[in-house]
Design a protein around this ligand. Structure first.
Ligand SMILES: [Zn+2]
Ligand SMILES: [Zn+2]
Length: 206
């Protein structure tokens, strides 16, 4: 029998796992697991994650529905400003009974259970499958939290959809100074400017 490791993300659910049709509310904080994003965009490991929802027992396992919310750090890709926001996601996850002896006990054909899970997961991409441990006594939500937040991280975080970014020449924030502009110093005339300066210098030397 596989050794069961209890972590910060194992939730005791034995009270509803005994038969179908029961539910258990949950509303508490968990530490964010590692591996959600990076230093630019992500959720810090150990940051408080609010899990608010319920587990419902069905014949084949448990369904979790609810919301998860965590503080996200990000930097606007245009203006470089720090964005500290909450990342909140709706979650529906399925925790199948791994041991066919638990649940309704149709253990002779474990394959049909797997197929059923595949169908469930395939039909609705929002519904993901996560493990129960210890004969269904605990639900492990570590991977659920990680997957949910990784999927929800913005690819290109913006402080606002129409962020004007920074002046490419001096770095001024164009959101705060929309009229900001530099005197036209066209690159095409840079050579002429240099030639003019050189001629003037030569004339001065005569
Ligand atoms: Zn911005
Ligand atoms: Zn500028």
């Amino acid at each position: 029998m596989a050794r069961v490791t209890y972590t910060d993300w194992t939730i005791p659910v034995a009270q509803i796992g005994s038969r179908a049709g029961q539910s258990m509310e949950i509303d508490r904080e968990f530490p964010a697991p590692g591996g959600i994003g990076d230093r630019i965009v992500g959720v810090d490991e150990g940051a408080p994650v609010r899990v608010d929802g319920r587990f419902d027992s069905i014949v084949d396992g448990l369904i979790f529905t609810g919301t998860v919310r965590a503080p996200m750090h990000a930097v606007c890709i245009r203006c470089d400003i720090d964005l500290d926001r909450d990342l909140e996601q709706q979650v529906t996850a399925f925790f199948p009974y791994e041991d066919p002896a638990v649940g309704k006990g149709n253990g002779k054909d474990g394959k049909s259970q797997d197929e059923e899970i595949e169908v469930l997961a395939g039909e609705d991409e929002a519904e993901d499958v996560y493990p129960l441990m210890d004969n269904g006594a605990f639900a492990d939500i570590e991977a659920l939290l990680r997957d949910t937040f990784v999927d929800a991280l913005p690819m290109q975080p913006l402080c606002r959809p129409d962020c004007k970014g920074l002046c490419p020449q001096c770095g001024e924030d164009l959101n705060e100074h929309p009229e900001h502009a530099h005197r036209q110093a066209d690159i095409r005339f840079a050579g002429l400017e240099a030639l003019k300066a050189q001629l003037e210098a030569e004339q001065g030397a005569e």
